[in-house]
Design a protein around this ligand. Structure first.
Ligand code: PBE
Length: 265
């Protein structure tokens, strides 16, 4: 039987990402709620996708903490496991947050950040380019150059500035590497000097709340970053969604013999 390698019963762990990610909290909730005899293995987004690629090469069973938007759905044949208990929530939106006072201190940047909004296909182009080996800043610059109409919507009515600095915090998740670099490129095109800083999830939220960083485009709501949002919502400014239709969950290769988180029991 050559399908035995895809047998979920031989799984001992969920291949996770960084411990501060909301999808990790949800995955632990799934283990508890469904009574799964699986360990949640923390690593990083890059290590998770590497493990996924290796498993797929061998048609081995694997279950990962996944999310959309992500290039892995374009590269591999994957499926989300059904979540009848709703542990991973419903559809999510990715929100842009700034520190308090940015609208007064840097109104042009604030307008660009407020206008920034894109689709799964658009983000997907940048993500795939990076995945195929292009440097993130270069992939963002290429995308901006070939999507000038879209970028014009975000910079409409924005005056050029004279090199003022804007800092953007992000976490090195593939989706956020793409969005943060695109926003950086667009802010540079209106004259800002943009510094990006990659950090853990919790630090990203505190850096905005404490005004150490100006903005981030990586706030997943309502569920994924709920705990961070509850802690900091009075100290940050929510500019609303920059992406709608995001999702998190447990993801497996399509060749696996299961369809629901319940089948992991
Ligand atoms: N993610 C990607 C993040 C938000 C962006 C789903 C891995 C998280 O779980 O916190």
């Amino acid at each position: 039987d050559d399908s035995s390698g895809a047998d979920a019963s031989s799984l001992s762990e969920i291949t996770g990402i960084d411990g501060g990610a909301g999808v990790m909290t949800a995955a632990q909730n799934a283990i508890d709620t469904y009574g799964l005899d699986l360990a949640l293995q923390a690593s990083s987004g890059a290590a998770m996708t590497e493990a996924l690629g290796n498993a797929i090469n061998n048609e081995d069973p694997i279950v990962v903490t996944g999310w959309t938007p992500h290039w892995m759905f374009a590269t591999y044949d994957l499926k989300y496991l059904d979540d009848p208990e709703g542990v991973f929530g419903e559809e999510e939106s990715i929100h842009t947050f700034t520190r308090e006072g940015l609208a007064e201190d840097a109104p042009e940047a604030n307008t660009v950040l407020d206008n920034f909004h894109w689709t799964e296909d658009e983000m997907g182009e940048v993500m795939l380019d990076i995945q195929e080996g292009t440097d993130p800043e270069e992939a963002a610059a290429n995308w901006v150059e070939s999507n000038q109409d879209r970028v014009d919507e975000w910079t409409n009515g924005v005056d050029q500035v004279d090199g003022e600095t804007i800092s953007l915090a992000y976490v090195s998740w593939d989706s956020e590497i793409a969005s943060t670099n695109v926003v950086k490129t667009v802010l540079e095109s209106v004259g800002y000097t943009v510094e990006t800083a990659s950090m853990e999830s919790a630090f990203m939220w505190t850096a905005i709340a404490e005004g150490e960083q100006d903005a981030m485009v990586a706030g997943w709501l309502p569920l994924t970053h709920e705990a961070y949002y509850e802690d900091y919502k009075d100290q940050v400014v929510d500019l609303g969604p920059n992406f709608e239709g995001a999702k998190t969950g447990l993801v497996v290769p399509a060749y696996m013999d299961i369809d629901s988180i319940e089948d992991l029991k």
